[in-house]
Design a protein. Sequence first.
Length: 338
Amino acid sequence: MVEPLIRVRGLQRYFDVSAPLLNRIIERRRRVYLRAVDGVDFEISKGRTFALVGESGCGKSTVARLLVGLYTPTAGEIRFDGMLTTALHSRQARAPLHRRMQMIFQDPYASLNPRWRVRRIVAEPLYAMGIIADPSARLQRVAELLTQVGLDAADGDKFPHEFSGGQRQRISIARALASTPDFLICDEPTSALDVSVQAQVLNLLKDLQRSLGLTYLLITHDLAVVHHMANRIGVMYLGRLCEVADAATLFTQPRHPYTRLLMETLPRLDFSGVDREPMAGEVASPIDPPTGCAFHPRCPYAAPRCRSERPELAAVDNDLVACHAVQESRLPAWSADP
């Protein structure tokens, strides 16, 4: 078997959101933790795209930051190309990892230093990681990177404010490619862009993946982007994965009730004039999540077991689903017809 490039097991990240110590003593209150990521397992094969989808606040971006080391896991392990990255605590120990793993952030307006020229922004990884010491060689490499992402080499003399949103995201991609990484984490890379520009950036990412053999983790809430980019998809709800499936299966045969809810939000021309009944309820707080299945307060198929016992991911054909109703065959067959 081919070893996955990324293997995540039991990943957790809790944030302490307690009141100050004095308040807790006076008011006799306990510590309070926000369970942003509450036990996540997934794998990403080399050269493939794995997408994490879900509503805002479900923990997608926290997973991305855990993978690149911006956050330290509360529990669990992350392996990159067989190496246990959660055991690397010093900056020096993580340096080789940083060269092979880069991140493209959501907002191209905030992720670029407005006081630096583009050539300095793109060349920063080359300088900081000691990849190219010679200044003239660095400039030549910057010109190659800008050309690779569809910009002109002369654009290196400009400042970020002189570019459109799509061009700024191309600059971010060029900076991420500077260290010749194997793995790119794309955190909502097109959410701040117009629809027409989104398509250009996504096509660029796909072209780069084919030519450079890159592996992607795509973080998004846009199912249209997922359909265009991903090979395999993980659906997150309240810090946990509720379904993991190949893209073709997920869009034609979603199993988990929450996944079906997401699919019903997709615009369909043949649904014109058809009344839809939105699923009731709101996303629960990650500070005080429901007992049992986190989705049971909103699920029309919830049973007493769902309210008391938390479901674990279980194999269904080639996919994984965490749902008692699916495991007990209580869920009706999915139909995309209006």
